[in-house]
Design a protein around this ligand. Structure first.
Ligand code: NAD
Length: 231
């Protein structure tokens, strides 16, 4: 596949929203906002205690509604002035969209959407409203967050692969590379692409990527200036 020099793919994870006050998923202790991830991010956890899981995501939704896009989200949107930009994110928040990005693929779902237990493909926009036990689709199926839990199929994987494999520039930002699919998507970048990765504390950044260590809100705006200036 020929490389498209005017196309940029951003692969983002929880770290890009950390500077907006949203905590990352802490792989080292397996906790997400003080909960065991398997309790709040698996179909089994939802079966065991649906009320706890709904409350967990209701809290995340409220927190996200009050957060603001940071300098990294905004700088990524600026790239659209000169490039075709596709953001592929593991984040369930809407901060890329609110920061101005127009093409965002959420591979792990979206906090502002719900789906019915009767039909995974029936997805509803709910904005920042809570989901409670007893909230159902027209057929009576309980609603759950439109979030990809462990063991569930990720969203948009075919188009994500296509976008990354033809992009002339790839920026990976704020992911520990422990969580799929971003952890594997990084390896599908075009050999000729300029590849950059930003995180706080990666032990083994991929060798074919330029590693920019630091906070996304500091690092990404200067990289964007470089890409807008020196095309
Ligand atoms: P992760 O939490 O596993 O890793 C976060 C990475 O971000 C780390 O490498 C860390 O070095 C880096 N980081 C932390 N603060 C940073 C900052 N200020 N600037 C730059 N980098 C920073 O992230 P992941 O790989 O995306 O996996 C998290 C999983 O949990 C995903 O499935 C995601 O859906 C979910 N999650 C989402 C959100 C959100 O939507 N904002 C928040 C927490 C967890």
């Amino acid at each position: 596949m020929a490389v498209k020099h005017n196309k940029i793919v951003i692969l983002s994870g929880a770290g890009v929203s950390a500077d907006s006050g949203i905590k990352t998923f802490r792989a080292e202790d397996g906790l997400w906002e003080n909960h065991q991830v398997e309790d709040v991010a698996s179909p089994e956890g939802f079966e065991r205690d649906p009320e706890l899981v709904l409350r967990f995501y209701n809290e995340r939704r409220q927190q996200i509604s009050k957060a603001q896009p940071n300098a990294a989200h905004k700088a990524i949107a600026e790239l659209e002035k000169q490039y075709e930009v596709v953001v592929i994110t593991q984040n369930i928040d809407d901060l890329h969209e609110r920061g101005g990005s127009s093409q965002v693929l959420h591979v792990h779902g979206e906090i502002t959407k719900a789906r019915s237990l009767y039909n995974n493909l029936e997805v509803f926009d709910i904005g920042y409203q809570d989901i409670n036990l007893g909230d159902t689709c027209e057929l009576g199926g309980q609603l759950r967050p439109h979030i990809v839990w462990f063991g569930e199929a990720v969203e948009h994987i075919d188009s994500a692969l296509e976008h990354i494999s033809e992009a002339g520039k790839v920026l990976v930002v704020g992911t520990s590379l422990n969580v799929f699919p971003v952890a594997s998507l990084v390896r599908y970048a075009h050999p000729e692409a300029e590849k950059v990765i930003n995180a706080l504390d990666l032990q083994h950044p991929p060798v074919d990527y330029e590693y920019l260590q630091g906070k996304a809100a500091d690092v990404v705006p200067s990289l964007v200036l470089r890409w807008l200036g020196g095309r």
